[in-house]
Design a binder for this molecule. Structure first.
Ligand SMILES: Cc1cc2nc3c(=O)[nH]c(=O)nc-3n(C[C@H](O)[C@H](O)[C@H](O)COP(=O)(O)O)c2cc1C
Length: 254
């Protein structure tokens, strides 16, 4: 074998060894962890939530808001629970709405990165906002809420009495067309796609629960709603769209 041949063989053996050797693998993993922790440290310094929405500026890019909570994740989890006793006339301010939407499923990295995980990063769930001043669609890419209607249709998002009193009702909709658009060659069974969407909605819901714990707001996720009624309001096609869940949010009595 010529010298150059031997050299290539040696390099190949060495790279196979480093890839399969647990010590080298661990080192590589550590490098990766360091990189992510650096990024997290940078973010911690900023800690600005990139959204602030008021109903007046729906459709315009949203300014920065900040969650002012010193609770750590353990405290937030200890405080996570469902709440349904919303007072009539309840309202949220723009900063609270902004924080809830960004934490629910906002963009936290370049590209398609969101605060909630998503199968194959397809981002199957769209969040619709129902509050006193109307109905909007949350667009995480531009951090805006896009107006759909100026009517108060909170009551239409559920069957329970408290729904109309909650300052905010979020509706999570799965649009199966998103899969065809993003992965045209992928054959994904209908049931599996629905499970992916439900898992994504569940992650979004828990984000909302923890945000509400941080902001001292009450919330409850709901499986009771009229799918067709909501799709009709949102002018979405029942052939490819379905409501996965709704979530009511509002102030808790002091
Ligand atoms: C998929 C799902 C659907 C739910 N649907 C409703 C609902 O329609 N109405 C309601 O009041 N609570 C609903 N809940 C909230 C549960 O009742 C609540 O999580 C449960 O009682 C446990 O209480 P906790 O969340 O305070 O721990 C739902 C929860 C989940 C996970």
């Amino acid at each position: 074998m010529k010298n150059s041949g031997k050299f290539i063989l040696l390099c190949a053996m060495l790279s196979t060894f480093t890839m399969t050797n647990p010590i080298f693998a661990q080192q590589n993993q550590k490098k990766q962890v360091n990189k992510i922790s650096d990024v997290r440290e940078e973010r911690r310094k900023v800690m600005n939530i990139k959204v602030e929405a008021t109903t007046q500026d729906a459709g315009k890019p949203i300014q920065k808001a900040k969650i002012t909570s010193n609770d750590n994740i353990q405290t937030l989890l200890e405080n996570r629970q469902s709440f349904r006793d919303f007072a009539e006339g309840d309202s949220l301010n723009a900063r609270e709405l902004a924080a809830i939407l960004w934490c629910a499923n906002g963009t936290n990295r370049e590209g398609k990165g969101r605060t909630a995980p998503s199968a194959l990063a397809m981002n199957l769930i769209d969040i619709y906002v129902f509050n006193k001043s109307g109905v909007y669609k949350w667009d995480p890419v531009s951090s805006t809420i896009l107006p759909i209607s100026s009517a108060d249709m909170r009551i239409e998002t559920g069957m329970q009495e408290f729904v109309q009193n909650a300052a905010l009702n979020l509706v999570m909709v799965f649009d199966s067309k998103k899969i065809e658009k993003q992965k045209p060659d992928m054959e994904l069974e209908k049931d599996k796609a629905a499970i992916y969407a439900a898992i994504e909605a569940g992650a979004i819901s828990e984000n909302i629960y923890l945000t509400c714990a941080a902001l001292n707001l009450g919330t409850v996720v709901r499986g009771s709603f009229d799918n067709d009624k909501i799709l009709n309001i949102l002018q979405l096609m029942p052939e490819n769209c379905s409501v996965i869940c709704a979530q009511s949010i509002g102030r808790m009595p002091k």
